[in-house]
Design a protein around this ligand. Sequence first.
Ligand SMILES: C[S@@+](CC[C@H](N)C(=O)[O-])C[C@H]1O[C@@H](n2cnc3c(N)ncnc32)[C@H](O)[C@@H]1O
Length: 171
Amino acid sequence: MTAGSKSRRNDLRRSRRRRQHGCWDHLVVAPLWAAYEANLGTLLRTCDAVGACMAVPNTRHYRAALAHGDTLVRRPHIHWLDRSKLAWIERERARSVVIGVELAEDATPLTRLEPSRKRTVVLLGHEHHGIPDEAWPLIDDAVEIPMVGQGASLNVAVAGSLVLYRLAGLS
Ligand SMILES: C[S@@+](CC[C@H](N)C(=O)[O-])C[C@H]1O[C@@H](n2cnc3c(N)ncnc32)[C@H](O)[C@@H]1O
């Protein structure tokens, strides 16, 4: 790395810090079934990077996971769900497009996903069981990330981050 590129990187960092945002409420990631706190911490950092919000159940598990996994100076806005997950998704549908991130039949491949033009809620599944069956009738579109390797799926925070970058128009 040259002295010039290092100083440019420092300049970029300084300008990013000045432009702190709450979050862009047009993009909400909802890892409603996530079990592992490391994944929630990783997703929170992606929310900060792309200007998205996060929605999670208001339970001890999520409160502890997000307090623990939060390494940010100022964290993105978190919507704490006080109602059932399905009731919350149902309510969100009235004002948002609800996208399920999952390997699913008829899913849109990530490469064809356009930046969101309307408020969008992004549902992510459980690390072992995926998005539960009862949530599917509430989902407008599924998005899948093509894979050519031997693994059956990606880590949920990686999958969510890739989709958030596309929807935010940053990749
Ligand atoms: C580890 S995966 C769950 C795999 C689970 N065994 C299943 O069969 O659904 C956890 C979550 O990550 C997301 N995910 C992982 N890989 C994905 C992919 N290639 N395309 C879309 N979503 C993916 C989905 O939200 C999924 O529910």
